[in-house]
Design a protein around this ligand. Structure first.
Ligand code: C2E
Ligand code: CA
Ligand code: CA
Ligand code: CA
Length: 278
């Protein structure tokens, strides 16, 4: 191999090597960040279209790296999933989100809901239901104010295992939402067998609503599917008044996106909440 054109092969090895080392380093730093409380949650309002008020919040994780600045969860969540660090991170997220929700409930918004993202890896965790029940009781929260979001792709990886886990969690009384709906496998028959309360239309469809015929018909089809399966439907990635109008006209119940508010830290969320739910 060394005889292949000069230094090229060696260069290749060195760069792959670097990449692996870099990933390992980031992984270690992520684990330290968790231990040192350097992860943060931000919250994005979910708007009930009937009332125009905030019905809930989605908790989204943020990591400010000391040298690299903000690292996107699209990068560090997959990393955490590979190393099982996601289990500890997931526990931390659930605990922090529930603590925060309890505070908001105490501020005069007792019906507010918190949506927390669950990784498929967490679904395989044997004591997930236990964890959910323990965390709810630790923070003295009514179960129906907690909603767990899972992606379609994550569920389909191991449908049987997911179905069993979801049924167990559902018994605790929390709500279940299917995230990024429409982007994964197109088989819909499984939907009926899983105890979901809500589907979340992926933002890629919502954003094309006003100019793509295909995507607007997908959005309508998802809303109709929700109706016939008696599932709530929320749209993510609502960025304009035109998006909102279309969604409301076609019977979507809730919306979330930059049009209302970006994901923000607690004090700004409260400010938004007070303004819209007065
Ligand atoms: P997701 O669960 O689908 O979250 C929605 C993403 O869309 C968020 O990106 C949010 O900031 C962004 N978003 C919200 N409104 C708009 C909008 O109007 N337009 C556009 N273009 N984007 C919008 P974010 O916060 O970067 O999170 C990315 C992904 O990382 C999430 O996608 C989720 O899969 C994952 N993630 C974030 N926090 C957690 C967590 O605590 N646990 C797990 N397992 N995954 C998480
Ligand atoms: Ca989500
Ligand atoms: Ca989503
Ligand atoms: Ca997503």
């Amino acid at each position: 191999l060394a005889k292949t054109r000069g230094n090229r092969y060696q260069f290749y090895v060195a760069s792959v090597d670097n990449e692996i080392r870099e990933r390992k380093r980031l992984e270690r730093e992520l684990s330290e960040a968790l231990a040192m409380d350097q992860l943060q949650l931000v919250y994005q309002p979910q708007i009930d279209f009937r009332t125009g008020q905030v019905a809930g919040a989605e908790a989204l994780l943020r990591w400010e790296h000391p040298e690299q600045g903000w690292i996107s969860p699209e990068i560090f969540i997959p990393l955490a999933e590979k190393s099982d660090l996601i289990i500890a991170i997931g526990e931390w997220v659930l605990d922090r989100a529930c603590a925060q929700l309890k505070v908001w409930h105490g501020m005069g918004f007792p019906e507010l809901r918190m949506a927390v993202n669950l990784s498929a890896v967490q679904l395989k965790q044997t004591d997930l239901t236990d964890l959910v029940v323990r965390t709810l009781s630790k923070h003295q929260l009514p179960p129906q104010t907690l909603e767990l979001e899972m992606t379609e792709t994550g569920i389909m990886e191991d449908l049987q295992a997911a179905a069993t886990a979801l049924k167990a969690i559902k018994k605790s009384g929390v709500l279940l939402a299917l995230d990024d709906f429409g982007t994964g496998y197109s088989s819909l028959s499984y939907l009926k067998q899983l105890p979901f309360d809500k589907i979340k239309i992926d933002k890629s469809f919502v954003q094309e609503i006003t100019d793509s015929h295909d995507d607007s018909s997908i959005v309508r089809a998802i809303i109709q599917l929700g109706e016939s399966l008696e599932l709530q439907v929320i749209a993510e990635g609502v960025e304009t008044a035109a998006h909102e109008t279309y969604l409301i006209q076609h019977g979507c119940q809730e919306g979330q996106g930059y049009y209302y508010c970006k994901p923000v830290p607690d004090p700004l969320f409260i400010e938004y909440l007070r303004k819209s739910n007065q």
